[in-house]
Design a binder for this molecule. Structure first.
Ligand SMILES: NC(=O)c1ccc[n+]([C@@H]2O[C@H](COP(=O)([O-])OP(=O)(O)OC[C@H]3O[C@@H](n4cnc5c(N)ncnc54)[C@H](O)[C@@H]3O)[C@@H](O)[C@H]2O)c1
Length: 372
């Protein structure tokens, strides 16, 4: 990523509207606009007093309680949607995105994109019909550490990617309760993070099984990828609140890379020799030494803001650049969301201990998929 331009320095800004004036958006999405070519026209929330407060805080002109009215009056080129869940566990943003597409706007939406694969297919069809982009904020694949990991594992020196281990804290309900979206709300909300990483680094999953424990609802999944690589997804439940949440390790051929706590990246490079029983020192030549990146946390630099190292500004910039260059987004796509929902539905419908091939056999969805 090149140097950052401040919002007011952009010669061309995209006329945008925003649906949702909630907590996450206040902390992380609206503030990211400081570094993006966004002209915030209006904010909409069912709670119009909040929408009004956000217009003042984030420099928009008008507030609305009804998104239909906002779309009609403002005619935004793009809409950001950061909303929540209906009482039955459905994702509010899915139908709001369909309304925005119908009004001719590009859509950036927070994860989850939808509560089923079929709904993702519906969004794909609507996106194609409207000729407008839909991007989901898959922040994990926009973090500097994960982008560098992708570059490392794609390099010839790393060799073929052979396996991956991802650990993320998340509880899963017992099998008999997984078709109730209210019970699955937390799982749906969070599976997007580790699943986005798996999809980005490894491509599609071709075989899936998992084991589940009833104490905290933790699980381990055994994965085989279409590439032939294998992997595990450890959804830990019961860890301490003080613990770092996540760890990702990818293994190549004589090399491996580890991302700890989202920001600490270590690349163990190929080539060092430490013959067993004969090596007097663990210090290898510089060209084979491990490389480590982590931020300093002293300077008032942009890279020290969570808006940057957690991927928020980069994902929004990607969306804006897609619109300005008329190029579909390459990450956070509806195809990516579909891959995540494929995994979600496997957890939902496959009992622990059962091995299945993915994609699951769904004649209806396949037909829809072929429509566009
Ligand atoms: N990527 C991340 O790091 C991250 C972190 C937290 C939350 N999130 C996601 O963000 C979303 C929730 O964000 P939040 O914390 O701001 O939620 P929130 O519940 O605080 O706010 C949601 C807002 O949307 C409004 N809303 C709902 N339906 C609406 C409609 N039809 N029209 C107008 N306004 C409507 C609600 O009134 C509410 O103010 C979820 O999708 C969640 O998964 C992502």
């Amino acid at each position: 990523m090149g140097d950052i331009t401040y919002q007011f320095e952009y010669a061309e800004r995209i006329p945008c509207a925003f649906i949702g004036a909630g907590g996450h958006s206040y902390r992380n999405v609206y503030p990211s606009f400081q570094y993006a070519p966004v002209e915030l026209l209006a904010v909409c929330d069912l709670d119009v007093a909040r929408a009004r407060e956000y217009t003042r805080k984030f420099g928009a002109a008008r507030a609305y309680a009804d998104h239909h009215e906002m779309l009609e009056r403002e005619r935004p080129a793009a809409v950001f949607i950061v909303t929540g869940y209906d009482d039955d566990g459905r994702v509010q943003a899915t139908r709001l995105a369909l309304d925005c597409l119908a009004a001719g706007a590009h859509v950036w939406m927070e994860k989850p994109t939808a509560a089923s694969l079929e709904e993702v297919h519906r969004l794909r069809a609507a996106s194609a019909t409207a000729d407008r982009f839909v991007m989901t904020g898959l922040k994990k694949v926009f973090t500097p550490a994960m982008e560098k990991t992708k570059a490392i594992i794609s390099s010839p020196e790393f060799g073929a990617v052979s396996s991956i281990a991802v650990r993320y804290p998340q509880s899963l309900p017992p099998p008999e309760r997984r078709h109730d979206l209210r019970e699955m709300r937390g799982f749906l909300d969070h599976i997007y993070h580790p699943a986005a990483i798996l999809s980005y680094l490894m491509g599609p999953v071709s075989r899936f099984s998992h084991e589940w424990e009833p104490v905290g609802g933790g699980s381990t999944a055994s994965l085989r990828f279409a590439s032939g690589a294998v992997g595990t997804l450890h959804l830990a439940a019961g860890g301490a609140a003080t613990s770092p949440l996540e760890r990702v390790e990818v293994i190549g051929e004589g090399a491996n890379v580890v991302v700890d706590n989202s920001v600490r990246l270590t690349y163990y490079r190929r080539g060092g020799r430490l013959p067993y029983g004969r090596a007097p020192s663990y210090v290898v030549d510089d060209e084979y030494a491990a490389l480590t990146w982590e931020p300093e946390f002293s300077l008032g630099q942009l890279y020290n803001k969570n808006l940057f190292y957690l991927g928020y500004v980069p994902e929004i910039l990607h969306f804006c650049e897609s619109i300005l260059t008329k190029t579909p987004p390459a990450k956070g796509t509806l195809e990516d969301a579909g891959a995540i929902m494929e995994l979600f539905e496997a957890y939902q419908s496959i009992p622990p201990g059962t091995v299945v091939e993915l994609p699951l056999d769904r004649p209806h969805s396949r037909r829809m998929d072929g429509d566009h």
